[in-house]
Each structure stands twice: as C-alpha cells, then as structure tokens.
Design a protein around this ligand. Sequence first.
Ligand code: THU
Length: 138
Amino acid sequence: MEPEKLCKLAIEAMTHAYAPYSGFKVGAALLCADGSVYQGCNIENAAYSPTNCAERTAIFKAVYDGHRDFTAIAVCGGRDGVITGAFPPCGVCRQVMREFCGDDFHIYLVNGKGFESVTLAQLLPYGFTAGEHMSANG
Ligand code: THU
C-alpha cells in the first residue's frame, strides 16, 4: 500500500478520537505484512494516565486479531483535529512498536502538506527488547 493511502486512513481514524481533556485528536493506521490495515485513535480518561495513544490502539487491535508482523504506521494529530504539523510518537508507543517491529519499521508523520518518513531505528535507538531480560542473570 502506498504511504499516501495509509496517511489518509490515519486522518480518517483521527475523527474517532476521544480527547475531551487535551483536545488533541490523534489518528493512526497500521499496515500489517499481509496488507491488512488497523486504525486507531487516542482514547483519553478523566484520570489522565489511563489514556491510550492512537498508535497503541491500532497495534493492540491488530495483535488481538493475531497479527504480529508490521510494515508501517501513519500517524497524524492536531488540536481539535486540525493538522498543523507533524509530531513524533511518544516514548511509550515507541517501546510498544519495538516489541513487534524491526529497525526498518516505517513511521509516516503526517504534516498537513504530506508526510515525513522515519524508521523505528531512528526514533528508538538502543531500545530494550525481549532478549535483554531473557538473558539477564539472577
Ligand atoms: N497522543 C497520541 O495519541 N499519540 C502520541 O504519540 C502522542 C500523544 C495523544 C495522547 C493524548 O490523548 C493526546 O495525544 C495529548 O497528549
């Protein structure tokens, strides 16, 4: 699938955002290796910390359905759903991506005019993976 199409699906996903506290609506569209796409939005909470980001909503939906092999994710967001520029995924979402994705996992950051493309290796160098604690002593 073309990155532009994935970005459009992220923009559509943003309309599902539940963001009454920050007003910052986020959408994501995750491309699986088999070509299927999972969309996600941010889902906020009155207690703030239970909030789930759009990227994790998409990834968790896909994993629940049996997918663990991912190619790319498109992400967009803006106050009241108006995209004024690209923003990078939060650290928690980068760590969740690291669980399932390799260094060359593509992240398309929608900026309103098009998108910027980065890789997981760029966003989360020297990340913690399953191998680290599996081999830990003690
Ligand atoms: N948010 C995301 O959905 N993804 C990110 O990568 C960064 C932040 C959401 C969480 C919260 O609902 C709102 O943006 C403001 O932080």
